[in-house]
Ligand binder design. Structure first.
Ligand SMILES: [Zn+2]
Length: 276
């Protein structure tokens, strides 16, 4: 088995996918993060594009979902997708929502976080540089997935997820295992003042330690560390938080990166389910 950063690079049926050893050790969940490889899409979507509405054919994206689900161990019929728009709305979903955003149309405008405690339901969120956040409550057996770009990160998406799991499932933050997936890393994520100011407003997490000045009003931002600190501040013990340390920009041969490819690209997905 190969590794990438602190994640495992698996391959089945010629479909590569990334996993966290910490989450793989939990026998009652299945989780994965997709790559660019192993699908049927062409040109800029080549080849494992899991995003609808980017110009790729729906047939190709659906076929990619079938291929990915078979390889990574998910039930295609139980997928429930987010409706991401860089806010912090968290939605609790069940098998009643199965197919939403995949083979059924979306029924909400804004859902950047998904949670469930129903075995079998597969949470699906999308990425191409933004940060995937995985949550597993090992006490109440509940899970969550969230999309956090710089806006969602600065708006405290990680804390909103912990809060939603507390409210919906009675989760104790001390029982939550969190994992921070592939995204643009501190090596490549240069930002300027609007982003800098939003991050610096997170005074409770000593944000200046997550920003490296580059001069001329530019900074290198460590979104992994900002999210790690926000989740810890929400009550999740430091030892329970894993950072994957995989940069999409550095690994754009394997992963889609908005910074590298611009809008002409496909998108990846994070998925997680409680085993049925
Ligand atoms: Zn990088």
């Amino acid at each position: 088995m190969k590794s990438l950063g602190c994640m495992q690079l698996n391959e089945k049926n010629h479909v590569p996918f990334l996993t966290f050893p910490r989450l793989s050790a939990l026998p009652y969940i299945t989780h994965a993060f997709s790559t660019r490889k192993g699908g049927v899409s062409q040109q800029e979507f080549s080849s494992m594009n899991l995003n609808f509405n980017r110009g790729d054919s729906d047939e190709a994206v659906l076929e990619n979902y079938h291929l990915f689900c078979t390889a990574a161990g998910f039930d295609f019929h139980k997928l429930v997708a987010s409706a991401q728009d860089h806010h912090t709305v968290v939605r609790r979903v069940t098998s009643k929502e199965a197919g939403i955003g995949i083979w059924r149309s979306r029924d909400m405008q804004s859902v950047d976080g998904l949670i469930t405690n129903e075995p079998g339901v597969v949470l699906v969120t999308y990425y191409a540089d933004c940060v995937p956040l995985y949550f597993v409550d090992i006490g109440k057996k509940a899970i969550g997935l969230a999309h956090a770009g710089w806006r969602g990160t600065a708006a405290g998406m990680g804390a909103h997820m912990v809060k939603a799991m507390q409210t919906e499932f009675g989760s104790n933050p001390k029982d939550i295992i969190a994992a921070i997936g592939p995204s643009i890393g501190p090596c490549c994520y240069e930002v300027d003042s609007p982003v800098y100011e939003k991050v610096m407003a997170l005074t409770e997490i000593a944000p200046y330690q997550c920003l490296q000045p580059k001069g001329e009003g530019k900074y290198m931002l460590d979104l992994w560390e900002v999210n790690r600190r926000i989740i810890q501040h929400a009550g999740v013990p430091e030892k329970n938080i894993t950072v994957g340390k995989v940069c999409t920009c550095c690994h754009s041969n394997l992963l889609f990166s908005h910074r590298v490819m611009g809008a002409q690209r496909g998108g990846m997905a994070a998925m997680m389910a409680l085993n049925a």
